[in-house]
Design a protein around this ligand. Structure first.
Ligand code: MEV
Length: 385
């Protein structure tokens, strides 16, 4: 299997599908989906949501050239903005020549929150809850037996005193290959009455947190400066990165460029992209101010100068359950990615984010974004403006 197809963009779509299917083995249903033009039946759409009147399409593409942790990966992207797929593929080609993306993902641990209010004695509540950790973990696991049988389950708790009579308990739950929203919500609901009883207060909200700080992913790339036409190109990327660290107006746009890649893969693979967006921006806003999620630096550690990029964020991705299996398109895209675990999918999504980011910074610090954009926009026959 390779993710490198020279001249793929020049082929008619039917030829692209043929080439793709020759190179990667997908299920019969997946091949049929592609060969029949894709999309979503109205009758299936009607089962997924409410008040359905039609279905809305998006182009489904594959970003090429990705090597992630030494694995060739075809990266599906569903997005309407023309330069994203081409840019990510181009950046992935540069990173590929330098050995590919290297990633690290933590265990897939979600955070369930239980709010208790009208607590008379905060510190006594905190102590009592902390000493009931085992009981709470057991109670949580009793609510999610199938997750426990798959090797997941509640791991630990943390008590946070929010003052004003409010004590919040976090239950950290390993959700294995699921995104985990349902699992975390089930846990929160199951343990809430006992937590309120121990804390001596009233049950409030019982819901996951969309800031899963125990479910982090990091993608990095290390490119020799000599891979660029001139050292000034690498310096331009590093300077663009520093700009985002010094200026919130730039940081938001920098992160938008990262989310161009992340959301495109997330949408294609049936992920809850709103939750991924919320986590990314929530994490970027932690600490002293809103920060860029990635950094690019020139480093010289004795083997010549390299442009080193790193992206780190909390990311809840799933390959089973939720919306991941709801549509034939998402099922096919997950097949194309070939991730065997939710952590592997998170690594692919983060690598796509770093690739999209590099593509933007390269374009911005050299020819400017408009030239490339306009070239690609000219392909859109019926789009005004
Ligand atoms: C456009 O969709 C994204 C960019 O604005 C990102 C960036 O400025 O880094 C090009």
């Amino acid at each position: 299997m390779t993710s490198r197809f020279k001249g793929f963009y020049k082929l008619p779509a039917g030829e692209r599908i043929r080439k793709l299917l020759e190179n990667v083995s997908v299920s019969e249903a997946g091949a049929l989906f592609l060969e029949s033009g894709g999309g979503l039946d109205l009758s299936l759409a009607d089962k997924i949501s409410e008040n359905v009147i039609s279905v809305l399409g998006l182009p489904l593409s594959v970003a090429l050239n990705f090597v992630i942790d030494s694995r060739e990966v075809l990266v599906p992207m569903a997005v309407e903005e023309p330069s994203i797929v081409a840019g990510a593929s181009k950046a992935a080609l540069i990173v590929r020549a330098a050995g590919g993306f290297v990633t690290r993902a933590s265990d897939p641990v979600m955070t369930a929150q239980v709010q208790v209010y009208d607590v008379a004695n905060h510190s006594a509540a905190k102590v009592a809850l902390e000493s009931a950790e085992n009981e709470i973990v057991l109670l949580a696991n009793a609510a999610i037996p199938s997750m426990v049988s798959r090797g997941g389950g509640a791991r630990s708790i943390e008590i946070r005193d929010l003052k004003e009579g409010m004590v919040v308990t976090h239950i950290y739950v390993d959700c294995r290959d699921a995104m985990g929203a349902n699992v975390a919500d089930s846990v929160a609901e199951a343990v809430a009455p006992r937590i309120a009883q121990i804390a001596g207060g009233k049950v409030g909200l019982r819901i996951l947190s969309n800031l899963p700080l125990n479910r982090m992913v990091k993608a990095s790339a290390k490119i020799p400066v000599s891979a660029f036409n001139s050292p000034e190109v690498a310096k331009g990327v590093a300077m663009a990165s520093r700009f985002a660290e010094l200026d919130v107006y730039r940081a938001v746009t920098h992160n938008k460029g990262i989310m161009n890649g992340i959301d495109a893969v997330a949408v294609a693979c049936g992920q809850d992209f709103r939750s991924i967006e919320a986590a990314a921006h929530g994490f970027a806003g932690m600490g002293e101010g809103y920060r860029p999620l990635s950094s690019w630096r020139i480093e010289d550690s004795g083997e010549g100068a390299h442009l080193v990029g790193e992206l780190e964020l909390p990311l809840a991705a799933g390959i089973v359950g939720g919306s991941t299996q709801a549509t034939p398109g998402a099922r096919l895209c997950l097949e194309l990615v070939g991730a065997k675990t939710s952590r592997e999918l998170a690594s692919v999504i983060a690598s796509a984010g770093l690739a999209a980011n590099l593509a933007s910074l390269l374009a911005l610090s050299t020819e400017g974004i408009q030239r490339g954009h306009m070239r690609l926009h000219s392909r859109k026959k019926s789009t005004p403006g």
